[in-house]
Design a binder for this molecule. Structure first.
Ligand SMILES: NC(=O)c1ccc[n+]([C@@H]2O[C@H](COP(=O)([O-])OP(=O)(O)OC[C@H]3O[C@@H](n4cnc5c(N)ncnc54)[C@H](OP(=O)(O)O)[C@@H]3O)[C@@H](O)[C@H]2O)c1
Length: 284
């Protein structure tokens, strides 16, 4: 199905996900109207109203967020403004305008101590970080304001894309200049490629899906070490990847060790194919 006549507001349109999603949304036939900071602050109701008044969307896709997980520990207010108040403002705007709200969330809403992973219906929390708490507050605000049939929350994890800071970009840079790398081997998840997430969101919209869904690449769970090894091998770089523990690389924010998101769509692109597609996209 193509969404020829459907106007879609893409918020956070210059971010990593939105940049890669734009051509996929357009190819699906959406008429896309994008906005981002500084011209639009999703936590500011008047700024949201002004933009939505011009765009007049039937679908609002919120890809805007405060995504600096470590930075959020010292910038709690900023993180909650974008990740909790923002979604609440958007949910109220969606309710007023009769627009359908699509929002992207994260595995960080879970505590992350379940080696079996999490299904969409599992109870989230308590998150291990400010970022996780702010994103969970955002999910809850949407579900409080809107009835289930008026929103779609897509939780994803270990997201990487062609622009911005990402794990694969860092690994490729380091592996090109070093003989060996040490990468954490005790956190589990599934690496998710932005274009696959965008394709899954289009598919979910096509199916009329509502409520909370997990949208991740197929396969897994794997560790960051497995992911790094695959990137280096696929890129044919002459660098050895060695495993290490999270404890060896202390970070300001807690990381969920076991937050594998299960229950993605059947037929999801295997994560290894996502890595190949990403590398091909980088070389274009
Ligand atoms: N990256 C991951 O590994 C990952 C994993 C799971 C889930 N997610 C979720 O996926 C979504 C997309 O993430 P991403 O990696 O594409 O993020 P990103 O690259 O950081 O993009 C987010 C965009 O939103 C903008 N923004 C921040 N606060 C805003 C506000 N108050 N109003 C309007 N725009 C604002 C940012 O602008 P500035 O750059 O100027 O701040 C940026 O352009 C987010 O919901 C994130 O929580 C990401």
């Amino acid at each position: 199905m193509r969404f020829g006549e459907i106007r879609l507001a893409l918020l956070g349109c210059r971010g990593m996900f939105a940049t890669d999603a734009l051509p996929i949304l357009k190819a699906a036939g959406f008429a896309v109207y994008g906005a981002d900071l500084p011209e639009l602050d999703i936590a500011d109701e008047s700024s949201v109203e002004a933009f939505l008044g011009r765009a007049n969307p039937r679908v609002i896709l919120n890809a805007a967020a405060f995504t600096d997980v470590d930075g959020a520990e010292a910038k709690e207010e900023e993180a909650f403004s974008a990740n909790a108040k923002g979604p609440e403002v958007l949910a109220r705007a969606s309710a007023r305008r009769g627009a359908f709200l699509v929002h992207i969330s994260t595995d960080y809403v879970f505590k992350g101590d379940n080696p079996e992973g999490y299904e969409p219906g599992d109870n989230p929390g308590p998150p291990a970080s400010v970022y996780g708490r702010s994103k969970l507050a955002g999910e809850r605000a949407i579900a409080e304001v809107l009835p289930r049939e008026r929103f779609l929350i897509c939780r994803t994890q270990w997201l990487y894309g062609t622009t911005g800071k990402s794990f694969p970009a860092t690994i490729l840079k380091l592996a090109a200049s070093r003989k060996s790398l040490r990468v954490v081997n005790d956190q589990w998840g599934v690496p998710t490629w932005t274009r696959e997430l965008a394709r899954q969101i289009v598919l979910l919209l096509n199916q009329g899906a509502t409520g909370i869904h997990h949208a991740v690449n197929g396969g897994g769970p794997v560790t960051w070490y497995d992911f790094a090894k695959r990137i280096v091998a696929e890129a044919r770089l002459d660098c050895t990847v060695e495993p290490c523990t999270t404890a060896e690389f202390p970070r300001p924010a807690g990381r969920p060790a076991h937050a594998w998101l299960r229950g993605g769509p059947p037929g999801a692109q295997p994560w290894e194919d996502g890595v190949r597609e990403y590398l091909a996209a980088r070389s274009q």
